[in-house]
Ligand binder design. Sequence first.
Ligand code: GLC
Length: 527
Amino acid sequence: MALQWWQRAVFYQIYPRSFADSNGDGIGDLDGVTAHLDYLNDGTPNSLGIDAIWLNPINPSPLDDGGYDISDYCGIHPDLGDLAAFDRLVAEAHRRGIRVIVDLVPNHTSNQHPWFIESRASRTNPKRDWYLWIPGRPDRPPSNWQSFFGGPAWKYDAATRSWYLHTFLEQQPDLNYRNPAVAEAMHDVMRFWLDRGADGFRVDVIHGLIKDDQLRDNPVRVEHDADIPWYAAGTQDPLYCSDRPEVHEIIRGFRRVTDGYQDRMMVGETWPREQERLADYLRPDELQLGFNFRFLLARYDARRFRAAIELTEKSFGPGAWPTWTLSNHDFPRHISRYSHGGDSEARARVAAVMIAALRGTPFIYYGEEIGMRDAEIPVERRRDPVGRDGCRSPMQWSGARNGGFSTGAKTWLPCGDFKAVNVARQMKDPRSMLSLYRRLIRLRKTAPALVEGSYRALDGAPEDCLMFHRETPAQRLVVALNFTAEPRKIDLPAGKIILSTIAARRAKSAKSFRTLAPNEAVIVETS
Ligand code: GLC
C-alpha cells in the first residue's frame, strides 16, 4: 500500500514562544514562525527540507504549565498573535508544502477555563460533571492517586466540600470523559482547527483521558524498567488513572472527527503502562502515530538503543508505524544529555543518522539541527514549575544580540550560547550539524529504501555498535553506527558510501571499508 504523507514526512517541533519574535517583545510568536518558513523548507537544498511542523500549544493560557493549561481552546494566546496570524502561518506553510499540526490538550483545562469556573461554582451547576468532583471530607482524598508532577492528584475545594482530580498541576483539573458532552465539546474544538486548515493534532496525554469508574487505589509497581525513571519498581503504578481500556473508545471518537476531513492525522503523546502496548493505540480507527519515548530518555549506549528498536519492531504489527524522537520540550536536549563522558557533538551526529535511517517517522525538536544545548536558567528566571526551561530557550539564529531571536531588551527565557552555536554560522559550513541534518532529510527524499524499505538488524558489528538493513526491491542500504569513542571493526558489505558523519570518509571514494571511526555513522548502498 502506498505510504501516507505522515509516514514519509520529517516533522519539526516548534515551541512557539521560543522560535522567533516578530514584534520585539522578547517572546516568540506566530508571525515569527511564518517569517522563518523558508529556513524550514523553501523547496531548495539550502533549507532544512522538513515536511510538517508541530506547534506546542498556542491557545490563551495563564501559563502555569507552559501553555498546557488552556483557558480558551479556540483562541490564540495574545503573546503569540491572533487567529489571522494563525491563518497566515497555515497559508504560507501550505504554499511551501509544509503541513501544520497543532497541540490538542483534551485531558485537562486550566482552572481559569470558563467550564471549570462554572463547574466549581456549585454542586448543581450544569457543568459540574464536566470535571471529576467527589464530595467528601477534607482529610480523605477519594483515592491514593499521585499527580505526574508529584504530590496527591486530588485537591479539596472547601466551597462545595468536594475533591477534584488533577493528574498534573492543581491548576489543571482533569475533564470527565464519561460525560459524552465533554467529548462532544472536544470534537467541536477539533473541527474548529481542522476547518482553519490544521493538518492534524499532537494529542497531549491521550492515554490518560479516562479513569477507573470505581476510583480504585493504584498499586506499587513491581517490575523495574531501567530506561524510564518513573517506571522504577517501588513507585506508584498508575494502573487505575491512566491507560484504561475505555480510552480506546474515546480515541475512536476523535478519529471519526479527523476522518471527516481529507488527509488529516493525529500523533499521540502515548505513555502506555508498558511500552510493548504502544501499538495498541495505533490502529486504523485510532491514532496514526504515537510517540515512542525510549530515545528521549536513553543514555548514549548502543545496547539501550538496540533494546528500544527491537521492542518497537517486535511489538508493532504491520499496521503500526513507528516514530523516533531524540528531544522534546519536556526533557533535557539529547546533546546535553550526551555530554557525560564523551564528545556530545559527535554523538548527536550518530543519533541523527539513527533516527533518519530507522523505519518510521522522525520528529526533530527545534534547534536540534544545529546542536543547540540546554540553556543555563538562573533561579530567578525560571518559568516552569517542574524545571523544563533549559530545553525551551530561544532559537539561536545568529551571533547577533539575543541570538537573532528578538530585537527586544530581554527575552522571555535566557538564551543559550548563541555565539558558538547558531544557524547563520552553520548555514555555509558543509561540516556543520545543520548540513548533516539537511543531507539526511534530503536523502530520505532520494533514497526510497530509507522511507519505504523493510528493516532488518544485521550481525557483524560489535555489541556497542548498531548495523541494520533497509531494503526495497530496488535498493539495499546498510546503516552502521559506532557509539564508541574508538574505532570499531565491522563486517560491512561492499558498496557505495552515500553518507558519513566523518568528513574525511566522504572525501575518499572508498568502495568498501572495515573500520568505523570513533562515533562514526555511515549509510552504504550495496548492490
Ligand atoms: C504533556 C506535555 C507536558 C505537559 C503535560 C501536562 O506531558 O508534553 O509539557 O506539562 O502534558 O499537560
